[in-house]
Design a protein around this ligand. Structure first.
Ligand SMILES: [Zn+2]
Ligand SMILES: [Zn+2]
Length: 86
């Protein structure tokens, strides 16, 4: 379900605000990574989780973008730390 939050911080590219923030929408993503042994128990039949970095959010666990210019803000260091309340 599309369920984003507004982030009051402006876009560093175009100055538009609020920007938008949501948890990673990949269904397997758990805080930026996923367990391949759950996705493919045939290839990984043995012990415990095998973690891989999530392809969608590249390990961030969330997505953050500008609705105005489309900039991907997920990995901007200046915007990374603070997350809006979910
Ligand atoms: Zn993810
Ligand atoms: Zn922008």
């Amino acid at each position: 379900m599309p369920d984003f939050r507004f982030d009051p911080r402006p876009c560093p590219e175009c100055g538009h605000h609020p920007t938008r923030w949501q948890r990673c929408t990949s269904i397997d993503c758990q805080n930026g990574r996923y367990d391949v042994s759950e996705k493919d128990p045939v290839l990984y039949p043995s012990t415990g989780p095998v973690w891989r970095t999530c392809d969608r959010c590249k390990g961030a666990g969330h997505e953050h973008w500008c609705p105005e210019c489309g900039a991907d803000l997920t990995h901007r260091d200046d915007l990374k730390p603070a997350h809006p309340q979910m």
